[in-house]
Design a protein around this ligand. Structure first.
Ligand code: DGL
Length: 275
């Protein structure tokens, strides 16, 4: 059977979902990606469930208008609050980032102490704690969760490794270090952009990047083995507002030449009725 030529749709509130695209492009180099960053309305992480659901529905409707074969919700907040709703409206596979990362964290810990950092909404939803406990089965796990709301604006501003970023990271991470965690889930797709700071501060702690786990999951849902690249993967970028740092950060983070993102308005879009 010849491969489905339709693109994979990916969305996030902003630039963070590119940390998912980065792994997808590596594991699925023959695929084309349509990426939407809802930069006009970032952050999602301190908004209500209703608002996150309505924004997520509009982002998904935009991706459907590009005839995508799969949607990756490259946002933990939307995965926690809107995944079931999206799945009930859409007939193509809709992948979230929480379940694959929770499975990996449960398998990775040696001492059973797992830290989870994320937005306020993701942490308040308790989605990671529930999923990790389920995947741990009989084994005892202690989950230490902490919201880190200042990380998202720092990343959107491109402050990936400034003294202020280090200071804030230290403040957020200190309690987790004293909890003796050996594994930390980066439960927000913006956070892998802070990887150099986070790994410096947490020597010996295994950092779980939900983007890598989700990319693996996407590959298995598409039923493809390791693709041998026939061409560089194509990523079409869309944003709901132009922000100063987006293009520079996207090029730097993905390490590839990219066209300027196209600005779109998604406010009026709607999903098909629930199935
Ligand atoms: N990158 C998103 C996440 O994984 C959203 C961050 C935000 O907009 O607050 O949760």
């Amino acid at each position: 059977m010849s491969p489905d030529p339709r693109p994979i749709g990916v969305f996030d509130s902003g630039i963070g979902g590119l940390s998912v695209v980065k792994h997808c492009a590596r594991l699925l180099p023959d695929e084309r990606f349509v990426y939407l960053g809802d930069t006009a309305r970032v952050p999602y992480g301190n908004k209500s469930a209703e608002t996150v659901q309505s924004y997520s529905a509009q982002c998904a409707a935009f991706l459907l208008s590009h005839d995508v074969k799969m949607i990756i919700v490259a946002c933990n907040t939307a995965s926690a609050l809107a995944l079931d709703m999206l799945r009930s409206h859409v007939s193509i596979p809709v992948l979230g980032v929480i379940e694959p990362a929770a499975r990996k964290a449960a398998a990775a810990t040696a001492n059973g102490h797992i830290g989870v950092i994320g937005t306020r909404a993701t942490i308040a939803s308790d989605s990671y704690a529930r999923a990790i406990t389920r995947y741990a089965g009989e084994r005892r796990v202690d989950i230490h969760s902490r919201p880190c709301p200042l990380f998202v604006p720092l990343v959107e501003e491109g402050w990936l490794d400034s003294p202020a970023t280090r200071l804030i990271a230290e403040e957020y991470l200190r309690p987790l270090m004293s909890n003796g965690i050996d594994t930390l889930v980066l439960g927000c797709t913006h956070y892998p952009l802070l990887m150099p700071v986070l790994s410096d501060m947490l020597p010996g702690v295994q950092l779980i990047d939900c983007g890598l786990c989700a990319a693996d999951e996407a590959r298995s849902v598409l039923g493809v083995d390791q693709q041998s690249p026939t061409k560089a993967s194509q990523i079409d970028l869309y944003v709901t507002d132009h922000t100063p740092a987006f293009t520079m950060l996207a090029r730097q983070f993905l390490g590839m030449p990219l066209d300027e993102p196209v600005r779109v308005n998604v406010d009026h879009l709607q999903l098909p009725s629930a199935r």
